[in-house]
Each structure stands twice: as structure tokens, then as C-alpha cells.
Design a binder for this molecule. Structure first.
Ligand SMILES: Cc1ncc(COP(=O)(O)O)c(C=O)c1O
Length: 406
């Protein structure tokens, strides 16, 4: 038995506060977009409720479908990505996995470059395999290795430019041409995080004969350059085709993915300075890469804009910028422990994953076992992502670290 708590006080304050007649004027404008928060969205009447569709962005439906804040972010990202449609996801990795889940079913196959962002391979090896989707790895720097895998079962081909950590830049038009010729049923998806919408346009690449070739969709870890702060996790999926967008959008909606209004606002605040930050970090990384080629402790410096780097000619023909990443290959005479000590001794480079933020980062990688199809590298690798510090300070930091190694 529940004890009766007596008569409720006859107080209408709550009702009058909830159903308050004041409505702020609609035409407020300021430099920043408002932070709209919602799970419930009101409909003016039943006809409006019945008319609204989840994949149509002309009106609001429910918080997960979007708000003025997220619709504005999507529109600006569509401009950045040279696309028509954008879906937002809670991280770059979740944007990747939505694409896989939307486009693949039991019996299908997908192809990934061996130098793809490592967690993509793990998703293929675990979840996709458990759901009956097979995958194979190809060497992105050898188009023939992709051609050999293009069967009717292949429904999705991933591209990444440049490769993760080792930064080889593939011949994207050649890879796209092969897929269109031998697996026309396959969707071509590119991880565009490095290019960030600024280095090249994946929807309009040029083949050797000048013909326009494009991927079908891109994903972007907005966590990196668009956020720029090292403080927001978000991803996007971008495409041009309406039917493809609807396939992706329905899966995205059924998975219940959304992003927080404050994170969307942080992205909207950061986007205007994206080109400035990206090109500044690009210029700094190129200066550091050029300096690093002269250091005797290093066997190689991996950066697509360096003339000796793997795929430099492809980068030069397809790109107008190069992000802020470079990888140092230490001379194999240095042990992994010595390279760890080099990283530990740095002052301005902090140890941590990700990139695109204001603070420079360094992470060592063991090249052995890193690639299934074999590694071209002998010495320990250190991936540097260049922040916004003064370049001379960063070079002095690296120089002192190298000098300590002898
Ligand atoms: C190339 C690339 N794609 C995707 C991701 C995933 O992004 P997030 O960290 O937002 O999941 C990363 C993260 O490092 C990345 O480097």
C-alpha cells in the first residue's frame, strides 16, 4: 500500500513556467550559431508530424535527426567536403563503421588498403567477419594488387590518402579507375581526414587523361583538423548521391547516432580558422621534414611533399597542400628503447594519439608486424603531428633529442 501524501497544493507555478507565453523574437543574429538542445522537437500540428521524414532536412523531427545547430554544421561541412549530404557521428571511427554497416551484408566482401587506419582493419576482422562479411587487404601503392581482388562480391572499397603512419600517397585516380572497370557494383569510400577538404577534392580527381574521377563518399575524423583543439570527438560522412545518402542515413538513424550540441558548437567555432591552422601546420611540417632529412640519426623522413617519399609524384599531381604530419624512421642501429627515450626526452612534443590540435605530438611505432603485406621500413618509426608552436622551438627540441642519442 502506498501511503497517500495528502492533497497536492493548488499551485499553478510549474504550469505557468512550462507553458509560458513569451516567445523570443526570431530574428536574432550574432557571429556564432546558437546551441540548440533537444530530444523532443515540437510539431505545430498533426499534418506537420505526419509529413516529416528522417532523411529530409527541410524540417525538424527529433533531437537525433538534427537541430538548427547540427544542420548548420552539416551544411558548412558539405561545403568543406565538396559534397551535398553530411551525416554526423560521435567519432571518426564511428563514421567509418556506419559506412560498413550500411553498405555491406552477409556474403559481401570489402577491400581495405594494408596501410589503412588500424582500427578499420580490426572492425573488419571482428564485427564484419562475425556478420558474414569478408575482407581482404591490398597494397595501395601497387594498383595491380587491388585489381586482383575485384570480384562481383566486392561491394565496398576503402581508400586512404596518404597511408596511416607511413604516409605513402597512392595513385587515387588509378585505383578508382580499376574499381569502376572491374567492380562497378562497389561503392568507393575514402578516409579524407588527412586532406581535410583542403588538400584535394576526392569527388573530382583527375585521371591521367584529364577525365574527372571521384569517390562515392568520404569520411572525416572531425576530431583532427576541423576541431583543432584536441578536445572534441566527432566524425562525418559526406556524399553527393541522393540514393547513397538515403542508404547511409537510414542505417545511421536506426543505430541511433547523434552528436552533442556543445560539441557541434565547438566545431562551428573552429571551422572558420581551419584553413589558417591547416596551412600553417602544413608549412611547419614541411620545414621540419626538410630539416630532418639532414639528421644522421634518421634513415628516412616520410612526408608526401618530400621529393624522395613514396608516392610523392601522386601527391604532387593530386594535392595542393599536405597537412601537418611526418614520420621519422630512425637508423636501425637505434633500439626501440633508445627511440622511446628520445620521445620521453622531448619538451614541446607531448606523447599522445590524434592530430590537428595546437600541441605537437609524438608516438613511436614498431614497423615489424605493422603491415600484413610486409613492411618497407627497418628502423623504429616516430609519427610527429605538428601543432601551432613556433617552428624554431620544435626544431630545437628535436635537435636536442637527436643529439642526446649520439
Ligand atoms: C585517418 C584516421 N581516420 C579516422 C580516425 C578516427 O577518428 P576518431 O579518433 O575521431 O575516432 C583517425 C584517428 O586517429 C584517423 O587517424
Amino acid at each position: 500500500m502506498v501511503e497517500d501524501c495528502g492533497e497536492l497544493p493548488d499551485d499553478t507555478t510549474a504550469t505557468r513556467l512550462i507553458h509560458h507565453p513569451y516567445v523570443a523574437p526570431a530574428d536574432f543574429e550574432s557571429p556564432v550559431v546558437g546551441v540548440h538542445k533537444a530530444s523532443t522537437v515540437f510539431f505545430p500540428n498533426m499534418a506537420a508530424l505526419r509529413a516529416r521524414s528522417w532523411v529530409d532536412k527541410s524540417a525538424y523531427t527529433y533531437g537525433l535527426h538534427g537541430t538548427p545547430t547540427t544542420f548548420t554544421l552539416e551544411a558548412r561541412l558539405a561545403t568543406l567536403e565538396h559534397a551535398r549530404h553530411i551525416l554526423l557521428a560521435p567519432s571518426g571511427l564511428s563514421a567509418l563503421t556506419v559506412v560498413n554497416m550500411a553498405l555491406l551484408k552477409q556474403g559481401d566482401a570489402m577491400l581495405l588498403p594494408d596501410n589503412v587506419y588500424f582500427p578499420s582493419k580490426e572492425f573488419a576482422r571482428h564485427e564484419m567477419a562475425a556478420w558474414g562479411v569478408t575482407h581482404q587487404l591490398y597494397d595501395a601503392m601497387n594498383p595491380a594488387s587491388l585489381a586482383a581482388l575485384l570480384t562481383p562480391a566486392v561491394k565496398l572499397v576503402w581508400l586512404e590518402a596518404p597511408g596511416s603512419v607511413t604516409l605513402e600517397f597512392p595513385d587515387l585516380p588509378a585505383l578508382i579507375t580499376l574499381v569502376r572497370q572491374h567492380a562497378p557494383q562497389a561503392v568507393i569510400a575514402l578516409d579524407n581526414t588527412w586532406g581535410a577538404g583542403l588538400a584535394f577534392n576526392p569527388f573530382e580527381l583527375r585521371g591521367a587523361d584529364g577525365a574527372v574521377l571521384g569517390v562515392d563518399l568520404t569520411i572525416h575524423a572531425l576530431t583532427k583538423y576541423p576541431s583543432g583543439g584536441g578536445d572534441v570527438l566527432m566524425g562525418s560522412i559526406a556524399c553527393r548521391d541522393q540514393a547513397l545518402y538515403e542508404r547511409l542515413a537510414w542505417t545511421h538513424s536506426r543505430l541511433g547516432l547523434g552528436v552533442g550540441a556543445n560539441d557541434a558548437e565547438a566545431l562551428l567555432r573552429a571551422l572558420p580558422s581551419l584553413p589558417l591552422r591547416y596551412h600553417t601546420q602544413d608549412a611547419a611540417a614541411r620545414r621540419i621534414a626538410t630539416w630532418a632529412t639532414q639528421q644522421p640519426q634518421l634513415a628516412r623522413v616520410l612526408h608526401p611533399a618530400l621529393s624522395g617519399s613514396h608516392g610523392h609524384a601522386h601527391w604532387a599531381s593530386q594535392c595542393s597542400a599536405a597537412a601537418g604530419l611526418l614520420t621519422l624512421e630512425f637508423d636501425p642501429r637505434y633500439s626501440a628503447a633508445q627511440v622511446d627515450a628520445f620521445v620521453d626526452g622531448l619538451t614541446y612534443f607531448r606523447i599522445g594519439w590524434s592530430w590537428g590540435g595546437p600541441i605537437s605530438l609524438a608516438v613511436p611505432y614498431n614497423p615489424q608486424g605493422m603491415r600484413k603485406l610486409g613492411s618497407a621500413y627497418q628502423g623504429t618509426l616516430v609519427r610527429l603531428c605538428i601543432g601551432l608552436e613556433a617552428v624554431d622551438d620544435l626544431i630545437a627540441d628535436l635537435a636536442a633529442g637527436l643529439a642526446r642519442m649520439g
